[in-house]
Design a protein around this ligand. Structure first.
Ligand code: NIG
Ligand code: FE
Length: 413
């Protein structure tokens, strides 16, 4: 299909140079290259061309859309989610409101272990069907590429079941999906007194199967006090690399755990969460290609202190934002809401937030060559907003939803 969009009020996050931009860092994050009063032509699955209305050539198209008053952006790239899960945890939410902490709930056998019990009771097809509903929901909010983790199985069959569900979602949806293997999310009850046994199970039994069946792109782990320590995480990352699974890890959410430095040392694609980041973490990231990924939706929902985004950006680093969509610490995959939280609480500018969740989100999934900007030859994954006054209106108008239509691989989603 050939789709022509005309009279676009602002075509945002365009890339004009022929070199591939890989990510946006530091001061550049405040700039979102755009064209006012623009047109864009989609041919098949790809962006064909675009430019200013004043110089639009004569063109044929199967469908022409008049986007007067509307903005067009690349779809969001949400690089960290746990979208496959069996049940909500609203009971724990209420307990937290009464003063029981997230860590205390986990110590009492709730939290991730609660999700694992529910997931292991559910059939693969039911798990798939309810995850697909969530996926459609976030697509409607503008997400066009997403990473999804395992980590609620915590046993060989449960972890493989989750990864097969993710693979099936990939087959049944036009959205780009990357899968992370997160068996090291929490120690299962049976291994509470035999932690080494669980690490061995992951490395010696699960990992060869996951890699053998090509079920995951990345190796993930929850590097945190009370969960997996730096020495265990280092072994897991080394093992992942042997099977071609690059690390993408949960680090520094609840404590200064050393997770950031460990991720950098093992060439992680990204280190995610980063509520606890100081000068040493920043220095370590400065000497690396690892993407700092902030998940302020989790800090918001857990009522924790926020990530020091300004300090990271002002040091010259890139910042990526992702939702962390999961039933415990962030039961929302709504990216526009994430942008509002990032502006109001992390003091990021609207342009910085959009860079963080488009090109930098794509980079955190190694998709920057095909997604994350409006560029000729990239996949035609587009958001058309409702008529709105400005780009800043997207985070400003929080909770109201200004994504009108979504195009995935050149077709209406
Ligand atoms: O990224 N921090 C670890 N994992 C998830 C939450 C897991 C859960 O509570 O179910 C996160 O916040
Ligand atoms: Fe997470």
């Amino acid at each position: 299909m050939c789709l022509l969009i005309t009279n676009i009020k602002q075509l945002c996050q365009v890339e004009l140079s022929s070199e591939n931009k890989k990510k946006v860092s530091g001061k550049d994050m405040a700039v979102l290259p755009s064209i006012d009063n623009a047109w864009l032509l989609v041919e098949g699955e790809l962006i064909h061309s675009f430019g200013e209305m004043a110089t639009m050539p004569e063109m044929q198209a199967d469908e022409i859309i008049d986007a007067t008053g509307r903005l067009v952006l690349p779809t969001w790239c949400d690089s960290h989610t746990h979208l496959v899960f069996a049940a909500p945890r609203d009971g724990e939410f209420v307990n937290r409101l009464k003063g029981v902490s997230y860590e205390e709930i986990a110590r009492q056998g709730g939290g991730i272990l609660n999700s694992a019990r529910k997931l292991n009771e559910m059939s693969e097809s039911e798990l798939h069907d309810q995850s697909l509903v969530r996926l459609h929901n976030v697509i409607g909010q503008g997400t066009g590429a997403i990473e999804i983790k395992s980590g609620y199985g915590l046993c060989e069959e449960g972890e493989l079941k989750m990864l097969r569900v993710i693979r099936k979602l990939k087959e049944n949806s036009p959205v780009a999906i990357k899968a992370s293997f997160l068996a090291a999310h929490a120690y299962p009850v049976e291994y509470k007194e035999n932690k080494e046994g669980y690490i061995k199970l992951i490395i010696e039994k699960m990992l060869p199967r996951v890699a053998g069946e090509g079920l995951a792109d990345y190796m993930d782990m929850f590097c945190e006090q009370g969960f997996f320590g730096v020495p265990e995480c280092e072994r897991l990352m080394e093992a992942g690399w042997k099977y071609g699974l690059k690390p993408k890890i949960h680090a520094n959410q609840l404590h200064f755990s050393g997770g950031v430095q460990a991720g950098v040392k093992h060439k992680a694609i990204s280190v995610d969460h980063l509520e606890c980041v100081g000068d040493e973490e920043i220095a370590s990231l400065m000497a690396s290609e690892t993407m700092p990924t902030l998940l302020p939706g989790a800090a918001f929902f857990l009522g924790m202190h926020y990530q020091p985004a300004r300090k990271i950006i002002d040091a010259g680093l890139p910042v990526c934002l992702a939702t962390d969509y999961n039933p415990g610490s962030c039961p929302s995959g709504n990216v526009p809401l994430l942008l509002s939280i990032s502006c109001t609480q992390l003091k990021m500018t609207p342009e910085e937030t959009i860079n963080a969740v488009t090109l930098n989100g794509a980079a955190a999934m190694e998709l920057e060559g095909t997604y994350g900007t409006i560029k000729a030859g990239k996949v035609a994954n587009l958001i058309i907003t409702k008529p709105i006054p400005s780009l800043s209106y997207i985070p400003y108008d929080y909770g109201n939803g200004n994504v009108d239509k979504v195009v995935l691989k050149g077709k209406w989603a």
